[in-house]
Design a protein around this ligand. Sequence first.
Ligand code: PRP
Length: 184
Amino acid sequence: MASERPKAIERVLLDETAIQRRVAELAAQISADYADDAKLLLVGVLKGAFIFMADLTRRLTTEHYVDFIALSSYGKGATSSGAVRLIMDTREPVTDRHLLIVEDIVDTGYTLDYLVRTFRSRRPASLRTCVLTSKPARRKVDAEVDYLGFELPDVWVVGYGLDYADRYRTLPYIAALKREVYVR
Ligand code: PRP
């Protein structure tokens, strides 16, 4: 039985079928690109990437390993400094591995830029990024996205890992939140 949509939801932007189809396409592309690389290590960025990571990795047909990191960012509004702090590192060493950073969203780009710079300094064999969603209108710094799922408009989105005040992450779709919920 389908559960009722939370009242804070304005409209669904990407339904479950569209997301799952795109995740399968991304997994097929990644599997083909890394078919000969036995050392593929996917690094998911907590918390937001946990659902995308779970679905993506289960669809990969090439050998791979899974790890996570956690970050903390200082402020997301107009005054955001873009400062990002690593609060939990990977368990796996990344040197000489084929690294694929997995993110749920690129917004200002500060987080992905920090991740790429941080991991590049550890000398992986290669480094690419896989991001499910992007809000190009919000970009403050260039962020390298090698595999992108969808572009989104500049509205607050929740679901499929994305949250508002840590809520709505486990919705199977991605939806716009009602403006009155987040604009005060
Ligand atoms: C979100 C998202 C990305 C980041 C993108 O994480 O998961 O990591 O913001 O934003 P940016 O491009 O502006 O840097 P958030 O800090 O909300 O933490 P969470 O993943 O735990 O929800």
